[in-house]
Ligand binder design. Structure first.
Ligand code: MCN
Length: 787
């Protein structure tokens, strides 16, 4: 095969379109549609006494106003709880429009539809909602006290509680092991609340033609939106199409389905018989979508003189916010993946997830892992400091060795399946990161420190994805898969896979994602799963099509399929290049209708015109055409891993923190496209730096999010992001045909831990909370001075 593109740094094919303003995002569509806008709660907790719409009725262009009472029973139901779990004893989800109570600032109360957004917003401003304010629960400490309840029927505000314990066979439990250990440490760690901030917010646009409903949504899961909308509106699935156009980022927030707006806008379109659209504005994104991180962790660890962990006991307090559409996926990921590349003697983890009157918490890139890695890596650093050892030596003695794979880490994941690491080489990775950053030659001085952080990430979760591949009689290859893209470069990597598998030039391959008309069975883009799950499904579909192409070509060339190969879009007999036939011709021959795209092919297939006069029947066991589809359904996750290191400098006067160097070693199995993986890592690291130094959601005691704008919620600019040095280690996954592991969240996961490690090294001050601002570092210095 000459067309080997798998593993090559092929330039992203979507970029010319996306970077020159040719992208078609949600708000570029539906120019003629009516606009929806929402009245959202200004209170964190209140009872709705009355809604008076009288003044709004005079607004020119007003079309309709809806409250919860106006919704039919199916539409007005509480939104689905997407991933139930036995430990989630009190899961709660919101109604599409608030029913009697509001539980966070920003909860939608009234929907207005008007001829344009200006009129809709004007009407919203004139609607008077009479609220009876209730005392809000803000912050974890207040929630666990349970004096005030977020949901009247959830005692103590506790939605979920789970304990998991792993002990070596016949060995002590974690608490016992800690008591018996030569050394012990105990400390508390805090990670503040942050959120995905895609450039494009959420949005939905729907049209109803009296029979079929077409919904465009800026989503990460178009097939799930389709099912949810069909169910809510009582429509048969084939009558609902959902299309994700270009999506300007998601980072997790667009997995939640359906959002209230995703049900309400299509329902309004059907009810009014008009096209309706809603595009989220930035403030709505802050107060009405979802947040994450927000955890307090108490750690106790026992270890020996070498720093080997003998027992680890972690207690996590997790903030759900007001609702749990995604169940307990975030704290369960923290608790089960916290151990990273290490094997402590015994591990006990307990989490309690509580409600507060704040925006709901759902997975954001990294999904609970940054908190877990912060916990484990702070632990490693503290052990090293206590023993006066090098921090990498302490990590080294705790690492899982290459010969121990597959390694059953002992925990049970959300779906009840065990966490088994499939492959990796952590000691080699540690050697590589030390060399890349120059760990051993680093010259430490006050105000200049070096830090390290390591992680393991379960990627490529099931249950399945599919791929459809068709070769048409012009020789082009059309690939589709149901999951969506938000900027990950899927148009490029899936084309690389198809081009390599089929032996065709990549220019002839086109890729469609996230369109239920093209592919109806899919799960979605999250959990770094597209490359593993759709990538393998597409490869398997290509292999089917390739096998058929060889069968048809073998007939024409009077050869055995085993003697044939495909290169540059031409099937040829191995060793006899003149005996060949282009795939375009094979595609014509594969369809008895014999429709040739051009004259040359028509001649080659021995007929002219558009239809063959004599049509042979379709061979038994075959289907007409050169197309096929297949699914890939992983038996369990494949575990990617990485180690990051950074050098920081802190200003002696202003306490400003500057990242001088940042290095990454990453293992996502076989790389499809190293350039795209590096881009993913760079984006992730930038997001991680935001979480380490800048980004936090600041709620006041009334439950008001006081920094709900980009003026006040600090995100790093390009000027704050250092050059990121990257090296790859490829330990193929034995679990899937292509040997791939995921990469999409890799960059973000360990950054807070790495930066904390480096600042602590520079300052000699324990860094136990993230993010850390210059003023907080300054205060910490002052506290130390006074001690
Ligand atoms: N890749 C590769 N070789 C591998 C693994 C991955 O070339 N061995 C490529 C993939 O083909 C894909 C990219 O790297 O183009 C990321 O792959 P993968 O790890 O499968 O992640 P997904 O495509 O499933 O994307 C989801 C992941 C998540 S969970 C979040 S959150 C996230 C992220 O991707 N959100 C993003 N990256 C994002 N990037 C952009 N621009 N926007 C977002 O919203």
């Amino acid at each position: 095969m000459t067309t080997k593109l798998f593993g090559e740094p092929v330039a992203r094919r979507e970029d010319p379109r996306l970077l020159t303003g040719q992208g078609r995002y949600l708000d570029d569509l539906g120019g003629e549609a009516l606009a929806a806008a929402f009245v959202r709660s200004p209170h964190a907790h209140a009872r709705i006494r009355d809604v008076d719409v009288t003044a709004a009725l005079d607004v020119e262009g007003l079309v309709a106003i809806y409250t919860w009472e106006d919704l039919p029973e199916r539409v007005g139901r509480a939104l689905p709880l997407l991933i139930p779990h036995p430990a989630l004893t009190h899961g709660r989800t919101a109604y599409p429009l608030a029913r009697e109570l509001v539980r966070h600032v920003g909860e939608p109360v009234v929907m207005v539809v008007a001829t344009d957004r200006y009129a809709a917003e004007d009407a919203c401003a004139l609607i008077e909602v009479d609220y009876e304010p209730l005392k809000p629960v803000v912050g974890l400490e207040e929630s666990v006290q349970g004096a005030q309840l977020v949901h009247e029927d959830v005692p103590g505000n506790v939605g979920a509680h789970l304990v998991q314990e792993v002990a070596p066979a016949g060995g002590r439990g974690a608490r016992e092991a800690i008591e018996a250990a030569p050394h012990t440490l105990a400390f508390r760690l805090d990670i503040e609340r942050s959120a995905s901030m895609p450039l494009e917010g959420r949005g939905v646009y729907a049209r109803w033609d009296g029979r079929d409903l077409r919904v465009y949504s800026s989503t990460q899961t178009s097939t799930s939106v389709r099912m949810a909308v069909a169910a809510a509106l009582g429509l048969p699935l084939p009558q609902v199409e959902v299309i994700a156009p270009d999506v300007g980022g998601g980072f997790g927030v667009k997995i939640v389905h359906p959002w209230p707006e995703e049900v309400l806008v299509p329902w309004a379109a059907m009810t009014l018989g008009r096209e309706v659209k809603w595009a989220e504005d930035r403030r709505e994104h802050f107060v009405s979508s979802a947040h994450e991180r927000a955890q307090v962790q108490h750690v106790r660890v026992g270890f020996d003189d070498d720093g080997r962990v003998l027992g680890l006991d972690v207690t996590i307090l997790h903030d759900h916010g007001a609702y749990t559409p995604y169940g307990i996926i975030v704290p369960i990921i923290t608790s089960t993946q916290l151990l990273g590349p290490y094997k402590p003697g015994a591990y006990r983890v307990e989490f309690t997830a509580v409600y507060t009157n704040t925006v709901q918490v759902t997975p954001y890139r990294g999904a609970g892992r940054p908190q877990g890695v912060f916990c484990m890596e702070r632990t490693m650093d503290k052990i090293a400091r206590y023993l006066g050892k090098d921090r990498t030596d302490v990590r080294e003695v705790n690492l899982i060795r290459p010969e121990e794979f597959p390694y059953d880490q002992g925990m049970t994941f959300q779906d009840g399946r065990p966490l088994i690491y499939d492959s990796g080489n952590y000691p080699e990775m540690l050697r590589m990161i030390k060399e890349l950053i120059g760990w051993d030659s680093f010259e430490r001085r006050p105000g200049r420190g070096i830090g390290i952080g390591c992680y393991v990430e379960g990627t490529g979760v099931g249950p399945y994805e599919g791929g459809h591949v068709q070769i048409t009689s012009d020789g082009r290859v059309h690939v589709s898969t149901g999951l969506t893209s938000q900027g990950q470069g899927h148009e490029t990597v899936f084309a690389q896979i198809a081009a390599t598998e089929l032996g065709v030039p990549i220019e002839r391959v086109s890729v469609v994602t996230g369109d239920t008309r093209r592919f109806g069975y899919a799960v979605g883009t999250f959990a770094s799963r597209a490359a593993v799950v759709s990538g393998n499904a597409i490869a398997l579909a290509c292999r089917k099509v390739r096998a058929k192409a060889l069968r048809v070509a073998a007939d024409a060339l009077e050869a055995s399929p085993d003697d044939l190969d495909i290169a540059d879009g031409v099937v040829h007999v191995a060793g006899a290049p003149s005996a060949s036939i282009p795939l375009s011709t094979v595609a014509v021959l594969a369809n008895p209708l014999r429709y040739a795209f051009d004259e040359e092919t028509a001649k080659a297939t021995q007929f002219s015109g558009t239809a063959s006069p004599d049509r042979p029947p379709v061979a038994e066991g075959e289907e007409p055409g050169l197309e096929g589809r297949d699914f890939y359904s992983p038996i369990r996750s494949t575990f990617a891993s990485g180690m990051h290191a950074a050098i920081v400098e802190t200003d002696p006067d202003t306490a400003e923190i500057k990242i001088v160097r940042y290095a990454v070693v990453h293992d996502c199995g076989r790389l499809i496209n190293p350039m795209i993986v590096e881009g993913q890592i760079h984006g992730g690291v930038a997001q991680g730096i935001g979480g380490a130094l800048y980004e936090r959601m600041v709620y006041d005691q009334h439950g008001q999010l006081v920094n709900a704008s980009f003026m006040d919620f600090l995100m790093p600019y390009a000027t704050e992001i250092p050059h990121i040095e990257t090296a790859h280690l490829e330990t193929p996954s034995p679990l899937n045909p292509l040997g791939i592991k995921g990469a999409g969240e890799a960059g973000v996961i360990p950054v807070s831990a790495v930066i904390a490690s480096a600042i602590e090294d520079a300052e000699g001050i324990a860094i136990d909370r993230m993010p850390i601002s210059p003023s907080e570092l300054f205060d910490a210095r002052e506290r130390r001075r006074l001690e």
